[in-house]
Design a protein around this ligand. Structure first.
Ligand SMILES: Cc1ncc(COP(=O)(O)O)c(C=O)c1O
Length: 388
């Protein structure tokens, strides 16, 4: 492995949320942070070098979006996900949640119903409710230990006032990488009701070995016409602080609405380092990503085995993608809030599942995107906490 993922990089006082907000979130800075979804891995040299080179220019005016920037994204989507995207379907957005919010605001109206499938990454709720749309929940079901869509429940909730569905693909927090069949069925239903799907694919590069992500818009040309895909290099390459993402919108009418919103709000002018980093990541990141996937998979295995051996009452949901582990703690006699408090008191900062909405309160989310030695340290403390 060319990159040393075992390296411990001190992130304290680097203006990063995960470390520098610990006191605010957990009441103490003395916790190993296994919460917010960025990794502790050093960003690869080919990105750091590109940023350094750009910084050495020493003039940081407004950025441009040259063709080669979008080419890098198109090549990556083709190489990684066998997805051919036209240049005219691509546009910049400052981050993924802004992309989702932009779709909500520009493509639906106040009072419209929007479907969200909890438990799910919690800003999905915010972008609906804080923009005065009506949240309709279509909770995921657990079958054979994995989340799946509840199509019967979905069909029971659809009517002409449902305008949009927010899909998390791959799924945070459950780590599902949805199969083509599942996505096809979801697409068929949504198309029958003229529902726009916003597919958040930020975790799509980081699938576990043997697991393939299927881009929702690639289901069919018709599906692409009603899909807004939002993604970014930020999770994969640990560059979330550089604020750079993109949307893929094949339907010119929807793209026009998106662009109109960007012009109306003037939020899409970009960040020169984010653009530089994304381009460097996508032009050079293939081999590094293979190593990262192997490392993260090994961390997932390590955690699962640890729980099986030492905390057998907790059940780890098998992760098919992402660096987040979702663990059912209901048989430990604790809800997620209680578990989070106990763990924070013992020096571990996790995300309590209740934050992710319906069905989440039996779970805790543990970020395994860290050196395995750190993960081991955290698990040993968890073992002590949960055996009390
Ligand atoms: C599913 C999902 N979407 C979006 C984001 C945030 O992306 P951004 O920072 O680009 O808004 C996260 C971060 O945890 C996430 O897990």
């Amino acid at each position: 492995m060319s990159h040393n993922f075992d390296e411990i990089v001190s992130r304290e006082n680097s203006r990063c949320e995960k470390y520098d907000n610990r006191e605010m979130i957990f009441g103490t800075a003395d916790v190993l942070p296994m919460w917010v979804a960025d990794t502790d891995f050093r960003t690869p040299d080919f990105i750091v070098e590109a940023i350094r080179k750009r910084a050495e220019h020493e003039v940081f005016g407004y950025p441009a979006f040259p063709d080669y920037y979008f080419e890098a994204i198109r090549n990556w989507l083709w190489q990684q996900h066998s997805w051919k995207v036209d240049k005219s379907s691509l546009a910049f957005c400052p981050n993924v949640v802004v992309g989702i919010a932009s779709a909500v605001i520009s493509m639906t109206s106040p009072g419209d119903k929007i479907i969200v499938q909890p438990p799910v990454y919690f800003p999905f709720f915010h972008v609906v409710e804080k923009n005065n749309r009506l949240l309709v929940e279509n909770p995921l079901k657990i079958e054979n230990g994995k989340y799946c869509f509840d199509f019967d429940d979905l069909l029971g909730k659809l009517d002409s006032s449902v305008k949009m569905l927010l899909l998390c693909s791959p799924h945070n927090p459950g780590g599902r990488v949805w199969s083509k069949d599942e996505l096809q069925k979801l697409s068929d239903i949504c198309r029958a009701y003229n529902i726009i799907i916003v597919s958040d694919e930020i975790h799509s590069d980081l699938t576990m070995p043997g697991v393939t992500h299927f881009p929702f818009a690639a289901i069919s040309p018709e599906t692409a016409m009603s899909t807004v895909t939002v993604s970014s290099a930020s999770k994969t390459f640990n560059i979330a602080g550089l604020s750079s993402a993109y949307v893929v919108i094949s339907n010119p009418v929807l793209m026009e609405k998106y662009n109109h919103f960007m012009e109306a709000t003037h939020i899409g002018s970009g960040n020169i380092f984010g653009l530089t980093a994304t381009e460097a990541a996508y032009n050079n990141g293939n081999e590094w990503l293979n190593d990262l996937r192997a490392y993260v998979a090994s961390n997932h295995r390590f955690l699962s085995e640890f729980f099986r051996n030492y905390i057998p009452k907790a059940r780890v949901m098998e992760a098919e993608g992402s660096f987040l582990s979702w663990v059912d703690i209901s048989e430990l006699g604790l809800n997620s809030r209680q578990a989070a408090v106990k763990l924070a008191n013992a020096g571990i900062g996790i995300s309590p599942g209740y934050l992710f909405g319906h069905g989440g309160d039996n779970f805790i989310r543990i970020n395994v995107g860290c050196p395995q030695s750190v993960l081991e340290k955290a698990l040993i403390i968890m073992k002590q906490v949960f055996s009390e």
